[in-house]
Design a protein around this ligand. Structure first.
Ligand code: SF4
Length: 238
């Protein structure tokens, strides 16, 4: 037997602060109920991708993307199209969206980065891995990329995840390579809805939430791809 401990880097960062300042002082960082610090991994279409440590809830999504101390803005002068706020399984947020928070209607960029607020707006801060998608990206290809990863990673124990992740990957592949069917956008939603809540581990949600959120929030883009069936042969079921 070889005892092994695997620590999350974020945990080690938290411990360092707690040892140095004491637990009481540490919990004064951040905001009530969302105390302490978080490590943010900022990637995608920003000028300054990297790791950043923030006080939980004291920095907004807009600051994380545009502030010179963080992402420094969207690269190549492009506009913002979407944000994946907490790892690839978190539900995508569309630029220009607003959310009722307290008594206000808050723009996406003004949403504070903390656990509770992101949950309130229908997604999660999860791993703290923020992926920025600019408006030069084909959003269907972005989801196809994620779906390929999840189809590969499913361990195969549960039928909904094993089969569903492959079917979603297959549908997205034909939407991006030709041969899509007119019903493919709805088909994706149908599969994802039948995976979540029906699997042994949370991977079922992890692979279905991106599909549900991308297709629902970018319906027009996915429907347009579904209609693009003319150049290649129509795919067979599923
Ligand atoms: S949900 Fe988890 S246990 Fe089930 S097939 Fe997917 S990865 Fe395996």
């Amino acid at each position: 037997m070889c005892p092994t401990i695997v620590n999350n880097v974020e945990t080690l960062c938290n411990v360092k602060h707690i040892v140095e300042m004491g637990a009481e002082q540490y919990t004064k960082l951040g905001t009530p109920n969302n105390t302490g610090t978080r490590l943010i991994s900022l990637s995608g279409d920003v000028k300054q991708p990297g790791y950043f440590e923030i006080e939980t809830g004291k920095v907004t999504l807009g600051e994380l993307i545009y502030d010179e101390n963080f992402g420094g803005g969207v690269r190549d002068g492009n506009g913002l199209q979407a944000i994946i706020p907490g790892g690839s399984s978190s539900k995508v947020l569309r630029a220009g969206e607003t959310f009722p928070i307290g008594e206000d209607e808050v723009d996406l960029l003004d949403v504070p980065y903390d656990f509770d607020t992101l949950m309130k707006i229908g997604t999660m801060s999860g791993s703290g891995a923020i992926i920025v998608i600019d408006d030069s990206r084909n959003i269907v290809e972005c989801l196809a990329n994620l779906a390929e990863f999840y189809a590969h990673e499913s361990c195969g124990q549960c039928t909904p995840c094993r089969e569903g992740s492959l079917w979603m990957n297959k549908a997205l592949h034909r939407m991006t390579h030709g041969g899509a069917r007119t019903e493919d956008a709805e088909y994706l939603l149908h599969i994802a809805q039948n995976i979540q809540g029906r699997t042994v581990c949370a991977f079922g949600e992890a692979c279905s939430w991106p599909v549900l959120s991308f297709v629902n929030k970018f319906k027009h883009e996915f429907e347009a791809k579904s209609l693009n069936t003319t150049d290649k042969e129509t795919a067979s079921t599923p």
